[in-house]
Design a protein around this ligand. Structure first.
Ligand SMILES: Cc1cc2nc3c(=O)[nH]c(=O)nc-3n(C[C@H](O)[C@H](O)[C@H](O)COP(=O)(O)OP(=O)(O)OC[C@H]3O[C@@H](n4cnc5c(N)ncnc54)[C@H](O)[C@@H]3O)c2cc1C
Length: 360
């Protein structure tokens, strides 16, 4: 994956072979799937959960099936999310559950809801139906006392996701932080949104659940803004994303009595900043309001070292049928092939370690 051209070529052929129904599932399963996914079912993730737990790292089971959008797929997704909540309740190696709103809502409805005109009358019932599924999921998490991340997605549906999530927080986060919203700090407006969310949670006396990330849809966002000729909602340069990510971390720390937060990042510098700020404020490594999270198959150097030093750490463990998690795997492959990407950083660290051992 360190070779950009190889990733491009590999991705092209995998897509082609899958389209032609070539029998390559076994090959995928024993290579890229094994690197980034826990298995095809929760049952198959068992050994990964145990392995991570032995290293003091928690698991966040992430049902990563993408694609279909119909009542049947929404019901399947709902059942699967409920299973992950139940599993987290039974197993202390699983500190959070997670899901995406697009797993239970039609994208068009989420998008229409945040337009100036709002939802058309024809779509109100379908929207309400999905909202009931959302309430059922959050209610289950609340009843079983399982913390629940709601992932952030594209900006043209994110306002709707935010609004729904805050409604759930107000309802279910009175005593404990159950529902967590995700803040993408590559967006120019996100630091203000976070500050506002902290303020509102204080005023309305609920606990704010925060997952801070940089944001995964950079290319898609830029392309759409370009095609539809509106100004990009994202920072122009990475340094500004980094700056806001770190400022967001401090804002959460400054309000630690009201905010429970998790930084979802593979960036060493951002992790270091949080460690230093915690030490400065004499906040315990294992403070129950603070978590670090990475994705399975990435940045083990960060996850394992933080866990060994006594911090709360968890990894997203994606799972689902091989064919259905392919979009997730293609995103990981692309993300990891960039020169500045995490694989290069990890690859260099591993090479250095091999050299060190040779010379030892
Ligand atoms: C546990 C976990 C949960 C996650 N959940 C979500 C989620 O719910 N929603 C979501 O969207 N993503 C999510 N992500 C992915 C995340 O948003 C990032 O894409 C990914 O983690 C890479 O960012 P980084 O902080 O790890 O590291 P880095 O490698 O330091 O940062 C890369 C990121 O910087 C930003 N960036 C890069 N170039 C530029 C530029 N020119 N201008 C502005 N910004 C730039 C982009 O956001 C890019 O992804 C999650 C990641 C983790 C680890």
């Amino acid at each position: 994956m360190n070779q950009n051209w190889l990733v491009k070529l590999g991705t092209f052929f995998i897509k082609l072979f899958l389209f032609l129904h070539f029998p390559i599932k076994k090959l995928i399963k024993s290579t890229i799937f094994q690197q980034f996914c826990g298995g095809e079912t929760i049952q198959e993730c068992e050994s990964t959960i145990k392995h991570l737990h032995n290293l003091k790292v928690g698991t966040i089971l992430d049902y990563s099936v993408e694609g279909e959008e119909n009542e049947k797929s929404f019901q399947i997704t709902k059942q699967e999310i409920l299973k992950t909540i139940q599993k987290a309740h039974e197993n202390q190696a699983i500190p959070f559950a997670v899901f995406k709103m697009t797993g239970i809502f039609q994208v068009e409805l989420l998008e229409e809801f945040q337009t100036e005109a709002g939802l058309s009358e024809d779509n109100e019932d379908a929207f309400q139906h999905s909202k009931e599924i959302l309430i059922e999921i959050c209610q289950a998490a609340h009843d079983l006392q399982v913390r629940l991340f709601i992932d952030a997605e594209e900006s043209w549906i994110q306002n709707t996701i935010d609004q729904l999530t805050y409604e759930m927080m107000e309802r279910f986060n009175q005593q404990h932080a159950i529902v967590f919203n995700t803040f993408q700090m590559y967006r120019v407006d996100m630091l203000d949104n976070l500050t506002q969310a902290i303020q509102t949670a204080k005023e309305k006396s609920y606990l704010l659940g925060v997952k801070l990330v940089r944001g995964a849809y950079l290319e898609k966002e830029r392309q759409r803004a370009h095609e539809e000729e509106y100004s990009e909602p994202l920072h122009k340069v990475k340094e500004h994303t980094d700056r806001d990510f770190n400022a967001g971390t401090i804002a959460c720390l400054n309000n630690i009595d009201h905010v429970h937060f998790c930084i979802g990042t593979h960036n060493e510098q951002s992790c270091r900043i949080l460690l230093e700020e915690m030490a400065k404020r004499q906040i315990a490594n294992k403070h129950p309001h603070i978590y670090f999270a990475q994705l399975l198959g990435m940045s083990d150097n960060i996850s394992y070292n933080l866990a060994a030093a006594g911090y709360n750490v968890a990894k997203y463990v994606p799972y689902g049928p091989v064919e259905a998690v392919m979009p997730y795997l293609f995103r990981r492959a692309e993300e990891n092939s960039s020169i500045a990407g995490q694989t290069s950083r990890e690859f260099t660290l591993l090479l250095n370690e091999v050299k060190r051992r040779k010379n030892a």
